[in-house]
Ligand binder design. Structure first.
Ligand SMILES: Nc1ncnc2c1ncn2[C@@H]1O[C@H](COP(=O)(O)OP(=O)(O)OP(=O)(O)O)[C@@H](O)[C@H]1O
Ligand SMILES: [Mg+2]
Length: 465
């Protein structure tokens, strides 16, 4: 289609021409008064010109002929809306909803009417309907009133005053403090047993760029993006993220995604924005998102229309759209990377996906040495113990040691004679503990075999072999 002709432009934009249309329409209607489509067109034109009374009268006439005419009802709702007769708008739109004949526009004026009548809960319901149909819907009045119903986050204020809020989180304005947690970890890479290639990747990908920001800039290398760790439970994802923070003496902020997902529309995004805000005010820091797959799950679950918003918010925060992420290392962890939308893996986002396998034998020895440090024990034959720890995760090893210690305590309390922990104690404990990673591999195997696009799960296959 070419450009509009100048004549068309004039009919579109020249009100005078429209007034002529009105005259023509009136004449046509005079000669066929029961032509309802014509009357509806005329009423629409009245509305456009702000001739509310004329529009009202015309719609009423249509309804006199046809009391169920949907278009006339919609028109009347518009008329009432402009007159500020909000309860009438609500009644009409509710009827349209019950007849399943409702348009987005009708829902919008209904939600606005409810807001103006201060029926916020009902407005919220209608608003959710709108978002269900159109996740990208935006409207200033509705967004302001309904997207943050109770979480009042005042961006204009600074958060410097600390008071009984030692981290300067501004808890009283933010999500509850159980939702996330900031600390200065006292562990570093030396406390992480094995995982050498993982440490190397983390060093190269996020630590070096942070420490040598100027050098990277000089070579025009863009900094940013995060690391997503995945693997079976208890194998050290959270632990190594924490150690990363300790390694560079940075703050560690751990966020469970399910904690920030909120049933209130708009609250999840606010929580998300707030956390990035806290991170930006506490650089350098490692911002660690646990259970990232919880986001993926809400995206496919279209019943939860706010899911999309929070994902988009998360992605744009990752991208540093509204504010720089300088000094923030972003890490994520998941047991179910296959639930994650590919949008997460674009450059600048989680562009490194790293498998955190169960510890190999060397790592197991190191992990055990770390766990056993400072405990009363004989000289321990770690190599012998780990023969009994097939499929054990780091967490399993910890559980094994706990079992051994409990057993020992029970004996010591009976005899009253302190005794060190022995190799045999640990082996007995290992036999009683059930390895926890096997189940995960059963699931993971299917994805690695059948849904291994661009080979992202090759590591799993390699490991299984
Ligand atoms: N490489 C390791 N070196 C030392 N300790 C380890 C190592 N791996 C795991 N651990 C121990 O195991 C515990 C559990 O690990 P962590 O909580 O990091 O697992 P995870 O992979 O995050 O598990 P989940 O998927 O359940 O969140 C850690 O607190 C740590 O004590
Ligand atoms: Mg974890």
């Amino acid at each position: 289609m070419a450009f509009q002709s100048s004549k068309n432009k004039r009919t579109l934009f020249n009100p005078y021409m429209n007034h002529q249309d009105i005259e023509a329409l009136k004449e046509a209607i005079a000669s066929s008064p029961d032509n309802l489509p014509l009357r509806l067109i005329l009423a629409g034109k009245y509305l456009n010109f702000g001739m509310i009374e004329e529009a009202d009268a015309e719609y009423q006439v249509v309804l006199d002929y046809d009391k169920d005419n949907i278009k006339a009802k919609e028109g009347l709702a518009e008329v009432y809306f402009r007159r500020g007769k909000y309860s009438a708008v609500i009644i009409i739109v509710e009827e349209l909803i019950s007849r399943q004949k409702v348009t987005e526009r009708m829902l919008v004026i209904c939600a606005k009417s409810l807001v103006r009548e201060k029926s916020l809960e009902e407005a919220q319901e209608i608003y959710e309907k709108i978002l269900d149909h159109n996740p990208d819907f935006e409207d200033k009045e509705l967004d302001e009133n309904l997207r943050m119903p109770s979480f009042d986050f005042d961006e204009g204020e600074d958060f410097e005053d600390e008071g009984d809020d030692p981290f300067g989180f501004g808890f009283e304005r933010g999500p509850e403090d159980k939702d996330f947690f900031m600390e200065k970890p006292d562990i570093s890479f030396k406390d992480v047993g094995g995982m050498e290639s993982l440490k190397e990747e983390i060093d190269l990908k996020i630590i070096k760029p942070l420490e040598n920001a100027e050098l990277y800039a000089a070579y025009g290398k863009k900094i940013g993006g995060g690391i997503l760790l995945y693997g079976p439970p208890g194998c050290g994802k959270t632990y190594i993220a924490k150690a990363t923070a300790g390694q560079i003496n940075a703050n560690f902020i751990a966020v469970g995604i399910s904690d920030i997902l909120d049933m209130w529309i708009g609250r999840s995004e606010k929580n998300m924005g707030y956390i990035f805000d806290v991170a930006r005010r506490n650089t350098p820091c490692v911002l660690f998102f646990d259970e990232v797959d919880a986001l993926g799950a809400s995206r496919s679950d279209m019943k939860n229309s706010s899911g999309r918003h929070v994902i988009n918010q998360f992605l744009s925060e990752l991208d540093g759209v509204s504010a720089s992420n300088e000094g923030i290392l972003i890490m994520g962890a998941t047991n179910a990377p296959w639930h994650l939308d590919t949008a997460f893996r674009r450059p600048g986002r989680f562009d490194r996906i790293l498998f955190v396998p169960p510890p190999d034998n060397l790592s197991k020895v190191k992990i055990l040495e770390i766990i056993m440090k400072g405990k009363p024990m004989e000289k321990i034959d770690y190599k012998k113990i780990i023969e009994h720890t097939n499929h054990f995760s780091g967490a399993d090893l910890k559980a094994m040691v706990d079992i051994a210690i409990e057993d020992k305590l029970r004996i010591v309390m009976k005899t009253g004679i302190p005794e060190p922990i022995t190799t045999t104690d640990l082996i007995q404990a290992a036999k009683r503990h059930h390895a926890s990673t096997r189940e995960w591999f059963n699931t993971a195997k299917n994805y690695a075999v059948f849904a291994n696009e661009s080979g992202i799960y090759d590591e799993i296959l390699k490991y299984i072999k």
